[in-house]
Design a protein around this ligand. Structure first.
Ligand SMILES: [Zn+2]
Length: 191
């Protein structure tokens, strides 16, 4: 940050009185510009197949970063919505997908990227899903079909691995919450 978004004057890094961290502070209007983690809300969409193996829906990214890689419908929360509303909105925007019976499934803290992922499971409730503007294609996958080498982000791989493990030991579609921390790129360091 170089300039104040309130008055356009320059900002400098200072520790405000009563604070213990450096912040961007406007040199003119003295507004303190706090910077906090962004929340990514998303859905792990499950296609329930009563006569066979359930499938999950992935989207192939039409945007950077990780163009062409597969991901779950997920994106930054907007002001004025709940986490679940944000997750459902992303499913709608990226895959024209409706889900029901949503349950919070994974909280993934990524301190080095200043992000927190909050992923829900949700049961797909429409058959006419299709790729939205941020997706090249959307597709259902069984566990054996998951393109593990082409998954966009470690958080997404982790949530899929947890899901496939959980559904082997839990009947139904409600699973325990996973609280995961990624302290560096790659595998989570704590859970
Ligand atoms: Zn200012």
């Amino acid at each position: 940050m170089n300039f104040c978004n309130q008055c356009s004057a320059s900002v400098s890094i200072q520790i405000p009185e009563g604070d213990n961290r450096p912040r961007y502070v406007c040199d003119e209007c003295h507004t303190i510009h706090y910077q906090n983690p962004n929340i990514v809300a998303g859905i792990l969409p499950i296609k329930v197949n009563p006569d066979g193996e359930d499938q999950v829906l992935l989207c192939r990214r039409a945007i950077e970063p990780r163009y062409g890689y597969w991901t779950l419908p997920a994106g930054f929360m907007e002001n004025g919505e709940s986490i679940e509303q944000g997750a459902r909105r992303e499913a709608e925007e990226e895959a024209n997908l409706s889900v029901e019976d949503c349950h919070l499934y994974m909280i993934a803290s990524i301190p080095f990227a200043n992000q927190v992922y909050m992923l829900f499971t949700g049961l797909i409730s429409n058959d006419d899903y299709s790729s939205g503007v941020e997706s090249l294609e959307v597709q259902l996958f069984t566990e054996a079909e998951i393109p593990w080498d082409e998954i966009a982000f470690a958080t997404i791989s982790k949530s899929l691995k947890c899901y496939f493990a959980d559904r082997k030991v839990h009947a139904g579609h409600h699973f325990p919450l996973h609280n995961v921390v990624f302290e560096k790129k790659g595998e989570p360091s704590r859970e």
